[in-house]
Design a protein around this ligand. Structure first.
Ligand SMILES: CC(C)(COP(=O)(O)OP(=O)(O)OC[C@H]1O[C@@H](n2cnc3c(N)ncnc32)[C@H](O)[C@@H]1OP(=O)(O)O)[C@@H](O)C(=O)NCCC(=O)NCCS
Length: 280
């Protein structure tokens, strides 16, 4: 097993500069917190400092949250390690997500905090692993991960759902994403969002959320419709038909309001709520 770990860490160093950058920053931040708040030192050591690379740290964080007595932390760690060995893109995506949260969430003070504490981040990384297991036809392992993520984080993402990179899932409670949904890169999703079917369609029946979209808290998007690139969906809206790129849609059912946006809504995180720009 020691050798297994070493291979993963070596690859992790080779693959993506973003992984190396994020890992170096996290280690520095973790060492500072362990020195400043010594009661947390063991927790931080077990999840960050004792590991040789970002991939191993990620495995420790997720396995700790999702283990159960009959499928313990060590067994789950080995399952996740096997997945990352064949899909190192997950490690790069996990680093890119951390960077995205740091860039876009005004309540995120550093890169260590989401890794250790933000359940939207942890749920998304666990989903990436479940998705790979699903593609490997390890359906029950994938379902087990989905079910544990749902129990532990209150986030239910079908293992077949396709999620891009650089995704911010803020707060995360109550997020539901259906089987044939697609969420492209650089999307920001607030709590209580549903990407569901209408109940009237079969097969490919869930929304396609294009790059750079912002989905406000409690937004419900139903059916095989498209929310176009860079669009913004207001809190509590119910979206039943496709939304044009770079527009704002609000209400029940959602209607377009205001002028065309000039930048992707997920990046600016302009939510029409001044309090957010000064912290939550
Ligand atoms: C939609 C939103 C992004 C504002 O976008 P905006 O382009 O600045 O829109 P405006 O504030 O100018 O409002 C435009 C119109 O939409 C309406 N509107 C805005 N948000 C709405 C919403 N969530 N539901 C229904 N109507 C809404 C306004 O009343 C206004 O209506 P009017 O033209 O009839 O007067 C914002 O209201 C929102 O919902 N943000 C999500 C915030 C969130 O989820 N926060 C959770 C943080 S934890």
């Amino acid at each position: 097993m020691a050798q297994h770990r070493l291979v993963l860490c070596t690859q992790d160093r080779i693959i993506a500069p973003v992984v190396q950058r994020v890992w170096a920053t996290i280690r520095q931040e973790a060492a500072a917190v362990a020195a400043r708040e010594p009661v947390l030192a063991r927790l931080i050591d077990e999840q960050i400092l004792r590991h040789d690379c970002f991939a191993e740290s990620l495995i420790a964080v997720i396995a700790r949250r999702l283990a159960v007595p009959a499928f313990d932390e060590w067994t789950l760690s080995d399952v996740i390690r096997d997945v990352l060995d064949v899909d190192l893109g997950i490690v790069a995506a996990a680093a890119t997500d951390l960077q995205a949260i740091r860039d876009r969430d005004p309540a995120c003070p550093d890169q260590l905090t989401p890794l250790l504490y933000f359940k939207g981040y942890q749920a998304l990384q666990a989903h990436r692993i479940a998705h790979r297991l699903w593609l490997q036809n390890k359906i029950h392992l994938a379902r087990h991960m989905q079910s544990r993520v749902s129990e532990v984080f209150g986030v239910d993402i079908h293992p077949a759902a396709q999620m891009g990179n650089g995704i911010l899932i803020d707060h995360a409670t109550g997020l539901v994403i259906g089987e044939t949904a697609v969420v492209e890169d650089d999307v920001s999703i607030l709590q209580g969002v549903t990407l569901g079917g209408t109940g009237k369609e079969c097969g490919d029946r869930h929304p396609k959320i294009r790059r750079g979209v912002l989905l406000g808290a409690g937004a419900t998007v139903l059916g095989n419709i498209e929310v176009g690139e860079g669009a913004k969906i207001g809190a509590g809206s119910i979206v039943l038909s496709s939304i044009e790129a770079y527009t704002t849609a609000v209400g029940v059912p959602a209607r377009s309001v205001g002028p065309k946006l000039t930048q992707p809504a997920s990046m600016t995180m302009e939510q029409g709520m001044p309090a957010l720009s000064t912290g939550k």
